[in-house]
Ligand binder design. Structure first.
Ligand code: HEM
Length: 419
């Protein structure tokens, strides 16, 4: 089936500008059709081929495609718009755009950054950063939650993992903003603005690569106890990251670990404001309830909207024929509201159990590497916020990011009792 038959066009920028509930209602219509719908994409010179994709919107389809990485390849790219082939030649390929065995090798090396031991080591640091953010909020009074809270935590955590000093972090943040401006639907327009964003994006990547290359070379010469030293010096199997791979890994951490956690925090506050019963439930037994509450925030919000795969061989996906070379896009917000898996899927229920959401990706080799780090950041940040700012709540409507990749909030006014 094609987009014309449904009247829904996931490639059109106007679709992503509509209120989230309307988009979810359209996803529900697509799900009810029972077969993936094909969407044509425009050809953009220098950027991508414009092959179009089949939209996977049912939970069972997203799970099956994520699991079967031999048929549903992450090469040449899992992101949209697909980067042009020359980009990875210049900057290296991030692991999210790789298949095994190259992907497995990289994942083995960088896994060291996310072991329970490594996470336990940075927990105190995360708590200290969260406490400092709340100190500043109390001193400064109400304002914009995204700027004052949500944007500050994840970037500081990633930089502190990588050993990037505080004074360099505002520069890193400005580079990330330039990179992420060119993601999602805005890149699908062959306009001078898109080209300008692409140029800004490339310059930002070069700047960040230079920064971490210097760091990597220093740690190779003079290893210390930090993550970069562990990545650029050999593991017990003799594997290590090249300086170019370190650059790609850093980009990926910044893009994958920054906006996602920031948006989960902002959406979380919005949800606890709109659902005071759920907030009271959580605060009555925070330690017991926060784990399931975080899973429900990630399910309900789906901070990442989509990743794509390329079909390597003719294949039937849950009865739907696909051809070698076809593209599929996995739409996590649609899968996460699938009534075949989630009872009352539009209810925000922090006691939901089981909760097999695919907000961190479906089961398979690319399942989010930073999920436990994100869970820790959310648990600690909400604990500091709710513990020290009684009556914390959003005090106005959120402003949403226009993107088909990040379910982002760009601004959210907030306040608390007797600020
Ligand atoms: C709420 C927060 C987060 C969400 C919703 C999220 C979501 C996702 C999703 C959907 C994927 C799957 C990609 C695919 O299947 O192609 C993914 C992969 C990944 N995520 Fe996350 N993520 C979050 C936080 C983080 C954090 C904090 C980090 C690291 C600092 C991180 C690092 C990664 C990496 C490295 C991958 C690629 C894994 C691979 O290709 O093997 N993520 N994430």
């Amino acid at each position: 089936m094609t987009t014309l038959a449904t009247g829904i066009d996931l490639v059109d920028i106007r679709f992503w500008d509509r209120p989230p509930e309307e988009r979810l209602a359209d996803f529900a219509r697509l799900r009810e059709l029972g077969a993936p719908v094909y969407f044509a994409e425009p050809r953009v010179p220098l950027v991508r081929s414009g092959k179009g994709f089949h939209a996977l919107v049912r939970h069972a389809d997203v799970v099956a495609a994520s699991r079967n990485a031999k048929v549903f390849s992450s090469e040449p790219a899992a992101t949209s718009p697909e980067p042009p082939p020359w980009l990875s030649k210049v900057f290296g390929t991030p692991m999210v755009n790789m298949d095994d065995p190259a992907h497995a090798r990289l994942r083995r090396i960088v896994f060291r950054a996310f072991t329970p031991r490594m996470l336990a080591r940075i927990e105190d640091d995360v708590r200290a950063t969260a406490a400092r953010i709340v100190d500043d909020v109390r001193a400064g009074g109400p304002g914009d939650f995204v700027e004052r809270v949500a944007a500050r935590l994840p970037i500081n955590v990633i930089c502190s993992m990588m050993g990037i000093p505080e004074r360099t972090r505002p520069y890193v943040l400005s580079r990330i903003d330039a990179m992420t401006e060119y993601s999602g639907v805005r890149g699908s327009l062959a306009s001078p603005r898109t080209m300008r964003l692409l140029a800004g994006n490339l310059k930002a990547i070069v700047d960040l690569h230079r920064l971490v290359a210097r760091l990597g070379e220093a740690r190779r010469r003079d290893p210390s106890d930090d993550l970069v030293s562990a990545l650029v010096n050999a593991n017990p199997d003799g594997e290590r990251l090249s300086v170019k791979e370190l650059g790609s890994f850093f980009d990926l951490l910044l893009v994958a670990g920054n906006e996602t956690t920031r948006n989960a925090l902002a959406h979380g506050l919005r949800l606890f404001t709109d659902h005071p019963d759920q907030r009271e439930l959580l605060l009555a037994r925070y330690d017991e309830g926060i784990g399931a509450a975080i899973e429900e925030i990630v399910r309900y919000v789906s901070p990442i909207i989509q990743f794509r795969r390329t079909v390597t061989t003719d294949h039937e996906l849950n009865g739907h024929p696909l051809r070698a070379g076809d593209k599929v896009v996995l739409f996590y917000p649609a899968a996460n509201r699938d009534p075949e898996v989630f009872a009352d899927p539009d209810a925000f229920d922090i006691t939901r159990s089981p909760n097999p959401h695919v907000g961190f990706g479906g089961p398979g080799p690319h399942l989010c590497l930073g999920a436990n780090l994100a869970r820790m950041e959310l648990r600690i940040m909400f604990e500091e916020l709710f513990g020290r700012l009684p009556g914390l709540r959003a005090s106005g409507e959120p402003e949403y990011l226009l993107s088909s990749f990040d379910n982002g909030i760009t601004r959210l006014p907030f306040t608390w009792d007797a600020p």
